[in-house]
Design a protein. Structure first.
Length: 98
């Protein structure tokens, strides 16, 4: 007798919830150690970035503006242009036009 849709769905859900029985402890440990190393590297890089901003600030640069420029440089030219146009339109709509 063929399975109903309900039975098939139940079987699929049980398969998804099944815990793998062939978990390799060494392989898992290797993944976890790699993640931990990368997290440490990420932390060190974040500290280095903070140091660069601090150095720039000590020389009189405005860090807030620098962060904005870094963010803008990540965005493609067309997207930046579109955002600038929308910003101008919205500011004009609320009476903040220059």
């Amino acid at each position: 007798m063929p399975k109903s849709n309900l039975q098939t769905r139940d079987d699929d859900e049980q398969e998804e919830k099944a815990v793998p029985t062939n978990v390799s402890g060494q392989r898992l440990k290797s993944f976890l150690e790699r993640i931990e190393r990368l997290e440490e590297e990420k932390k060190a890089l974040a500290e280095d970035i903070r140091d660069v901003y601090s150095e720039a600030k000590s020389l009189g640069f405005e860090v807030k503006i620098m962060r904005k420029i870094v963010s803008l440089r990540k965005t493609n030219v067309e997207k930046r242009r579109e955002e600038a146009e929308l910003l101008e339109l919205y500011m004009s709509a609320i009476g903040m036009a220059e």
